[in-house]
Write a protein that binds this ligand. Structure first.
Ligand code: ADP
Ligand code: MG
Length: 173
């Protein structure tokens, strides 16, 4: 029985990509809270935000985090999961928290390259690079504070997974 692993960081840092690869390497299950919420409610992020606002979305996100958490599970969290103190406490208590750290310009470049995969309402209405600067200014300390381990997310997914296998001292599947 092994603790769940939570991937945190801003949109585009690689939580889904690296989390999925890490799950394969460890033989863990993988779940993405955004996708779990969409599948369990039948509503997109945009639907929920339009109907209930961001506070409603955050409440659903907390419930999703608790619902998906179990041993031998990698959980890719939504970028704003760290905004609520109860979520930060929950993740630190229940598992191992990994922050995929990357500068705003790197995140913006990735999101511009695959906009269709990242459709959701912008938080600020500003250009994506500026938005990512603003998001990190607000959240960097929260990501750093909740993380048990911080990794450089600008490296390749393979090399990040290798580093994590060593850091976490977990046997590859
Ligand atoms: P998140 O789930 O954190 O929003 P994704 O895993 O969806 O991020 O990745 C966002 C985009 O960046 C995708 O197009 C993905 O292929 C790319 N990407 C993710 N991690 C890396 C990486 N380490 N190096 C290069 N590109 C990456
Ligand atoms: Mg994702």
């Amino acid at each position: 029985m092994t603790q769940p692993i939570f991937m945190v960081g801003a949109r585009g840092c690689g939580k889904t990509t690296v989390g999925g690869e890490l799950a394969r390497a460890l033989g863990y299950a993988f779940v993405d809270t955004d996708i779990f919420m969409q599948q369990s409610s039948g509503l997109t992020v945009a639907d929920v935000v339009a109907a209930e606002g961001w506070p409603g979305f955050r409440l659903r996100e907390s419930a999703a985090l608790q619902a998906v958490t179990q041993p031998n599970q990698i959980v890719a969290t939504g970028g704003g999961m760290v905004l609520l103190a109860q979520n930060r406490q929950f993740m630190r208590d229940k598992g191992i928290v990994i922050y995929l750290h990357a500068p705003a310009h790197a995140l913006a470049r990735r999101l511009e390259a695959s906009p269709q995969a990242h459709q959701r309402p912008t938080l600020t209405g500003r250009p994506i690079a500026e938005e990512m600067e603003a998001v990190l200014a607000e959240r960097e300390a929260l990501y750093q504070g909740v993380a048990h381990h911080v990794v450089d997310a600008t490296r390749s997914p393979d090399s990040i997974v290798c580093e994590l296998l060593q850091t976490l001292r977990l046997p590859a599947a």
